[in-house]
Write a protein that binds this ligand. Sequence first.
Ligand code: ZN
Length: 181
Amino acid sequence: MSLRNIHLLGSPVLRQPSEHVAKVDDQVRAFVADLFETMDFSKGVGLAANQVGVAKRIAVVGIGEGERYALINPVIVEREGSVKEEEGCLSIPDIYGDVERSARVVVEALDERGTRRRIEGTALLARALQHEIDHLDGILFIDRVGPFKRRSLVRQWEKSRKGKTGFIKESIAEPEGADQA
Ligand code: ZN
């Protein structure tokens, strides 16, 4: 397993619709393990393949012990209700906005063994599933906040970048004791 670097807003792969996965093989399984590792390292509740530069329909979601899912070729097959809550994204660090999402979704996907699974989610799980599946279609949460709020979030993001130009954030552990330095 290895940590992957995370692509940030501005990296073209985040806007690219991702490719269907033809076969769940060892390579896909190793990649899923990397996604889980990178998600945990980054303290996220989900991570999509294109966020680490791979435009394939693969994502992971993890909202706690026993609620961790690999999603390969995921499709939302049922939606119900609607709820607006604050959301963020590992590809747009430290920027948050209220996003309206379905309150309950049912997703069909293959897991890392290639078995078809049906995952029902409400609350945070429903939100994370919708957010990650959006990524696979090249959609970011800032696209769902309305045009005025979107402009304001993009301005905040640009300001927070302080002139930095790269669009890839390296996943490197902080050196020991860095918080005291
Ligand atoms: Zn995201």
